[in-house]
Design a protein around this ligand. Structure first.
Ligand code: ADP
Ligand code: ZN
Length: 609
């Protein structure tokens, strides 16, 4: 097939905008979407780096509609294909999928539709695509483009590596002239280089968006009683919302899920140790239901395509900023206000350090892991804007955001020089063999079996720190370790030791400023933009709209968001459109949905209940 050039039959920007409005019901492109679409629709290759929720799907869906033939979308997320196809079908787009979940007869029907030119979009699993049967089928098909979604799966180093992705370079050889667009939300430069090389995209135009997620509010609080802190956070900010709670271990996942449920928060566990059927069931329920909290290990990851996850909470510290960004990024894909909330304490730090030191990896790998962890600790300890730190790590400069805990309530700092000296003295006097819990007992003069057994009650440091409370001391030890002013002996159950840098503090040559401990997020309840707060009558209306949506979703066996996203229902509740004409102006209502649901919605809006 000849490569269409921009000047010949290239679809015009006016056409792409018309499709955006008509089919998808959106008024304007976001960020680079318009440029990407025009470039690909004109036959160019593209590499698109855009954060989660940035709107990557439209970048290949609209060119597929503009160009002749079928757009083939390679995606590793088999579990989601069906939902994506359902959402497109709701919009009147002719879409189907091919993967191992289909029986032979259904697969055959899809293959026939493809060959007959009756599909705008076909989603295919990579292992399916690279079979001879599928390739031969595509040989006989008019192709609009190839979209390679989650393109970072070609990278050996990321944890989403998929060997089948390496074979996708054959698309370029076998189907020369069919434009290819690779998309990912992975921000780091190494991954980008690998994608370009492995998919032979050297000539592709690269579109890099800002990786900022302005609607996500970042909050990191001191860990005191994490379960109670989590519950308080959910009750105060996210009652009735869908969210994800990440924990490090499977055991803890199970515990927290049971505990939340017992306290009235509908929650389900998810981890790699569960049997497949139960895991799939939980994922499916999370995806489809309105207000479930998934308590999970990081095994719950790439397959999450839910637009209305309102919060991601970390009860344990991730390994790196990359991990933190990726996990928190699952909140607020729909662009509405969302929270990334984490509790963090000394034990987290010690645990992650121990993982590194005790792993079998080589020294180089350990060195990189330590540096990554340190960068994350810097983010946790900073008294400056969290977002500035986060973006800086990905090479992006920005200004204080006004939407993170430290911007909203700048942390108080205090002169901790004396406290640091006392803490280091306590480490030294007790022989550098004890962890923070015991050291705090000694400093606070809390006599117990251990202080007695070791003769620590007779030491000069016993009780010299009674003026500070326990959370403050915990903060002191945590900051000493995270700043390298003390170190941890991982061979000796996390005993704290003096470090080279301790000397200057002990001798009183170095001043130490610390953040005051903070266990609650600041400014609770003030978070939402005014238009997101519903006065009672509209709130009732929104409730009715959601109930109607759930009925529709159940009747058609599609996820609720495929009918209408929250955003659309909220706008309807707010504006109460008078008629079909007014309804058509609401974001997310395209021609097909208007035709299908318009009358029913107007009736629901204007009949008294
Ligand atoms: P990504 O794949 O980059 O995470 P999606 O393609 O799923 O993002 O889009 C994220 C959300 O933004 C979806 O709810 C989608 O409907 C919405 N969206 C995308 N583009 C636009 C736009 N131009 N106007 C309004 N909403 C949009
Ligand atoms: Zn900020």
């Amino acid at each position: 097939m000849p490569i269409p050039t921009a000047s010949s039959a290239a679809p015009s920007p006016a056409k792409s905008l018309a499709i955006l409005r008509e089919t998808f019901g959106f008024a304007a492109f976001r960020g680079a979407q318009g440029q990407v679409i025009d470039h690909v629709a004109a036959g160019g290759d593209a590499l698109v780096l855009m954060p989660t929720g940035g709107g990557k799907s439209l970048c290949y869906q609209i060119p597929s509609l503009l160009r002749e033939g079928t757009g083939v979308v390679v995606s590793p997320l088999i579990a989601l294909m069906q939902d994506q196809v359902a959402a497109l079908t709701q919009l009147g787009v002719r879409a189907a999928f091919l993967n191992s979940s289909l029986d032979a007869r259904a697969a055959l029907a899809t293959e026939r539709a493809l060959a007959a030119g009756a599909l705008d979009l076909l989603y295919v699993a990579p292992e399916r695509l690279t079979t001879p049967r599928c390739l031969e089928l595509l040989d006989r098909t008019r192709l609009a483009l190839f979209a390679i979604d989650e393109a970072h799966c070609v990278s050996h180093w990321g944890h989403d590596f998929r060997p089948e992705y390496l074979q996708l370079s054959l698309l370029h050889e076998r189907f020369a002239g069919v434009p290819r667009i690779a998309l990912t939300a992975t921000a780091d430069p190494q991954t980008r280089t690998e994608i370009t090389a492995r998919l032979a995209l050297e000539d592709a135009r690269v579109f890099v968006s800002s990786f900022d997620r302005p609607n996500i509010r970042y909050t990191i609080v001191d860990k005191v009683d994490p379960r109670a802190q989590l519950l308080r956070f959910i009750r105060a900010e996210h009652a009735g919302d869908a969210g994800i709670v990440y924990c490090l271990s499977r055991k803890r996942v199970e515990e927290i899920a049971v505990w939340l449920a017992a306290h009235g928060v509908p929650a389900l566990p998810y981890h790699a140790g569960m049997d497949n059927a139960r895991r799939a069931e939980h994922q499916d329920r999370f995806q489809r239901e309105d207000a479930l909290v998934m308590v999970a290990t990081i095994a719950f990851g790439m397959g999450i395509d839910k637009p209305d996850v309102r919060f991601v909470a970390h009860l344990d510290l991730p390994k790196s900023i990359e991990g933190y960004y990726q996990e928190t990024g699952r909140a607020g894909r729909d662009g509405l206000a969302a929270d990334a909330w984490m509790t963090y304490g000394l034990a987290d730090l010690l645990q992650q350090r121990r993982f590194i030191e005790q792993s079998e990896a080589d020294e180089e790998f350990k060195r990189i892991s330590r540096a990554k962890l340190d960068a994350l600790l810097g983010l946790c300890e900073t008294a400056g804007c969290r977002r500035v730190r986060l973006l800086e790590y990905f090479g992006e400069a920005s200004k204080p955001c006004g939407n993170c805990d430290t911007c909203l309530a700048p942390p108080e700092t205090w002169d901790a020089t004396e406290a640091a000296r006392k803490a280091l003295s306590a480490i030294y006097r007790t022989g550098q063999r004890f962890g923070a819990v015991h050291l705090i007992d000694v400093l606070r003069g809390k006599a117990n079996e251990r202080t007695g057994r070791w003769g620590h009650e007779r030491l000069s440091v016993f009780g010299i720190g009674a003026d500070l409370d326990e959370p403050t001391w915990r903060g002191v030890f945590r900051e000493l370790v995270s700043r390298g002013l003390a170190r941890v002996d991982h061979g000796a159950h996390g005993a704290l030791k003096l470090a080279e840098a301790s000397r200057a503090v002990l001798k009183g040559e170095q001043r130490v400023e610390m953040r005051r401990a903070r266990v609650r997020a600041p400014a609770l309840r003030k978070r939402r933009r005014p238009e997101e707060n519903f006065a009672p009558p509209e709130a009732g209306l929104l409730g009715r709209l959601k109930a109607w949506r759930l009925d529709q979703a159940r009747a058609q066996s599609v996820p609720a968001f495929a009918i209408f996203q929250d955003r659309t229902l909220e706008e309807i509740a707010r504006c109460r459109p008078q008629d079909i004409e007014a309804l058509s102006g609401v974001a997310g209502i395209g021609a097909k949905k208007l035709e299908r649901y318009g009358t029913e919605l107007i009736e629901l809006l204007w009949t008294p209940n």
